[in-house]
Design a protein around this ligand. Sequence first.
Ligand code: NOJ
Length: 483
Amino acid sequence: MYWLVVWTAIVTWCEAASKFPDGFQFGTATSAYQVEGGWNASDKSPSIWDVYIHENPSAIADHSTGDVACDSYHLWKEDISLARTLQLNFYRFSISWPRLLPEGFSNNVSEDGTRYYNNLINGLLTVGIEPVVTLYHWDLPQNLQDLGGWTNSKIVDWFVAYSRVAFTLFGDRVKTWVTINEPTSFCNVGYETGILAPGITSPGIGEYLCAKNALLSHAKAYRLYEQEFKDKYKGQVGLTDQHVWYEPKTPFQEQNAQMARELGQLYTFPIFSDIGGWPPNIESIIARNSRAEKFSSSRLPVFTEEEKKLVKGSADFCGVNYYTSRLVEKACHQEQKTFWPLYGSPELDLAFSYNSTWLPRYNWLASYPPGIRRLLKSLTERYGNIEIKIFENGFGTSDASLNDTIRVQYIRDHLEQVLLSITEDGVNVTAYTAWALIDNFEWNSGFKPRFGIVHVDYNDPNLKRTPRASAYYYADVIKKREI
Ligand code: NOJ
């Protein structure tokens, strides 16, 4: 009898340990420019991506454009039926700002854009899938870029006006809002190295102007929702950023790895720390570097006390996009041009690399599942019991095959680490999102990388969608709520 009780207890414990807690949500994601197409449909105006690509075809590896992409502008019903087959709890997509507001400003709201997003939202809800909506996934209206885009502090007002339109039109049905996707990526790669649209090369300046304006835009949109919509609609609002986990290359590099992690908190610390504002060490290093370079003030614009207060606490959850990790070492004497957050930090004089055992690897994406657990733990140690939603995780391949065992393994191994972070580390992570629902336009890499758990046949005029092995695997995880 005693052994039976012990055995039952062990079995129950093992089952509980491999099960995701009740309430944990599983979803997939895409973004407007990467899947919609319909770049000039109806009254939509060009985004920075439309203009950047049309003017610089060679900036994209396969010289492709997102003009048609997966044509989700027309094929949205198919995307919904895929999401339904997978029994997703939620589907994360983004609104194209220039589709909803063709002039960028809120004076003119597109009927066509409103209809398109209403259809998508209502269609998802009809089949029991929660729409999770990102307001900004990198496709700024070009006319706002002509006025400086994310480097002009007026963007805060423009973004808040756009958010108000979206909250008003869709807030009765959308309960989870992501204000801004990966500011780390679009500020650095769009305004520092100029590799992504809008292609501005302004290292050490452009990305920091963008950073401050993006944080203020997010925070003001959050406050707007809090004050005018929250009581009525009871939704959640937050930001999601790219998080890379940084390990020291040798034990002597621990301090440098810590500095890389600090810089990695540029958008998280101001929102979740008790003191608010930029991470202090980073703020002083950039101020010191700026003085040494004879600037009259820091290249990182300071926050006023009022701005710090506005940003502090401006999120109902911490959105995490995690794909990969890096090894950190001092970059002294290193000639190679580095860029944040994947290859190094000129500001901190650090170089990043990957461990050759972090496999599979595709391009910049070296798979290191323990990195996600360490990251989640460190966020919790630092900011307390905050709610974390993993809003992107996934693997790209050059192989378009349907039997994507590599992706199955990648998703499984990362889910396992997420589960451990819940059961062993007590992290309050409540959602996991596989990037992406379907293959799509991977920015300057074009259509070559396949990130979809569903294959898209770009040679088929109907852009036929076919679930891969990873889609079946993920559907099974969702159904059983275990790996
Ligand atoms: C993060 C970005 O949000 C998404 O747009 C991109 O496709 C994935 N990373 C994969 O690179």
